[in-house]
Design a binder for this molecule. Structure first.
Ligand code: NDP
Length: 444
């Protein structure tokens, strides 16, 4: 395989999908060497079969807003690869959603799910519908209309969606209700469900907690821990909130959080009580992070990212490409020792180069945020055996999965000088399992 040629070919065949190209390029550039040690892979053109999704569903979603206007959005489901298990990956509702973004997410998800060691393939879906500013009734009608199309393509052994940006417990609940009505079956086809109807304890917390468990493992390799470390978090949604919760619990200090309008900087640290306020503000009142600054009298910077503030650790937890090369240089100049990604692909390729050249600890989302889908996998298992595990049991499994992912990264990513290239480690480890499964299953 020649990574450059494969990428050029994909760009030609699928133009105008820059995020998809970016995600593929990152993986190809790190697995090329390992791939080429296995001539049997190239004989069956494994790489193209792995880069191009198995199939993509694309549909119109029509719903009626509170004023009686008929509205239309686009809906998608990308079923990327099911070599090691049913397709699995979140649903994103955000105005920016398009096919290229979902293809990048589904591609990434395939490697991430492989890393978890659970039997899950990769997929992703969503819509350009934005829940922001919509009433509960509008969100419900949209979720129902979306499921009216999606239901025929998913199932407990086929494809199991979950939440992502703009899709939390509320949206999963509405979609599950419609799915159940259409199929007339109660199955665990969505994860991230409410606790009363098959959801798993620790699922809401899992991505954020998992990221911090992974960070702890990285810090250990340098004889460090989280105590007293100043952390920058971007975002203030599901991932950001539970990342902050775990940092606070382990004695770190969170000084920033953000939303798409700007960020707050609280030099005293966001403590438990202030985090409760953010959770209520975001999850209940669906307000803006600016209101935190007004309440606690701290700095609010509109239209900017938090990466210029001084800290020890950065935890990007909002969205893709939210941290560029300039931000990365600023972080390194300010003495950051670790960057661990809660979001998917938040750092641009240039930012990643800066982190790796500075030899700081850097974990890509594919490894560091795999806790979310891991507990989704555990939710599927609990649904299948019709049992619910305790909080402690799920948390223990989550910790052990994150430790294993870290170990896999160390195994495949340690360079001759001892620096752990977590990007390479995660990509090679994730790739090898999927590749072997595809080889064993023949040309399909
Ligand atoms: P939420 O919708 O709960 O929160 C997203 C947060 O990011 C909000 O604060 C939102 O601000 C902000 N944000 C979204 N888009 C942008 C943007 N274009 N520019 C700036 N800020 C933005 O989503 P999650 O917390 O679930 O997801 C966050 C990230 O984590 C995503 O990359 C997602 O793919 C990834 N992830 C999520 C998992 C999960 O279990 N939920 C699992 C693994 C990864 P605003 O309120 O203004 O929109």
């Amino acid at each position: 395989m020649n990574a450059t040629n494969v990428l050029e070919d994909l760009k030609r065949r699928f133009p105008n999908e820059p995020e998809y190209h970016q995600a593929v390029e990152e993986v190809l550039s790190t697995i090329e060497e390992e791939y080429n040690k296995h001539p049997e892979f190239d004989k069956v053109n494994l790489i193209e079969r792995l880069c191009i999704p198995d199939r993509v569903y694309q549909f119109r979603v029509t719903w009626v807003d509170d004023q009686g206007n008929v509205r239309t959005n686009m809906g998608y489901r990308v079923q990327h690869n099911n070599a090691i298990g049913p397709y699995k990956g979140g649903i994103r509702f955000h105005a920016s959603v398009n096919l290229g973004i979902l293809k990048f997410l589904a591609f990434e998800q395939t490697f991430k799910n492989s890393l978890t060691t659970l039997p899950m393939g990769g997929g992703k879906g969503g819509s350009d519908f934005s829940p922001r500013g919509k009433s509960n009734a509008e969100v419900m009608r949209f979720c129902q209309a979306f499921m009216l199309e999606l239901w025929r393509h998913i199932g407990p052994e086929t494809d199991v969606p979950a939440g992502d940006i703009g899709v939390g417990g509320r949206e999963v609940g509405y979609m599950f209700g419609m799915y159940k009505k259409l199929t007339r079956e109660f199955t665990g086809t969505l994860t991230g469900k409410g606790l009363e109807f098959g959801g798993s304890l620790i699922r809401p917390e899992a991505t954020g907690y998992g990221n911090i468990y992974f960070l702890q493992e990285m810090l250990k390799t340098r004889g460090q821990d989280l105590k007293g470390k100043v952390c920058l978090i971007s975002g203030s949604g599901n991932v950001a909130q539970y990342t902050a919760e775990k940092v606070i619990e382990l004695g770190g200090k969170v000084v920033t959080m953000s939303d798409s309008d700007g960020y707050i900087y609280d030099p005293d640290g966001i403590d438990r009580e202030k985090l409760d306020y953010i959770m209520e503000l975001k999850n209940l009142y669906r307000g803006r992070i600016r209101e935190y600054a007004e309440k606690y009298g701290c700095k609010y910077v509109p239209g900017a990212k938090p990466w210029g503030e001084k800290a020890d650790i950065a935890l990007p937890s909002a969205t893709q490409n939210e941290l560029n090369g300039d931000h990365a240089r600023q972080l390194v100049a300010n003495g950051v020792i670790a960057v661990s990604e809660g979001a998917n692909m938040p750092s641009t390729p240039e930012a990643i180069r800066v982190f790796q050249e500075a030899k700081i600890l850097y974990a890509p989302g594919k490894a560091a945020n795999a806790g979310g889908v891991s507990v989704s996998g555990l939710e599927m298992t609990q649904n299948a055996i019709k049992l619910g595990w305790t909080k402690e049991e799920v948390d223990e499994r989550l910790k052990s999965i994150m430790r294993n992912i870290h170990e896999a990264c160390v195994k495949y990513g340690t360079e001759p000088d001892g620096y752990i290239n977590y990007v390479k480690g995660a990509n090679v480890a994730g790739f090898m399992k999927v590749a072997k499964a595809m080889m064993a299953q023949g040309i399909v």
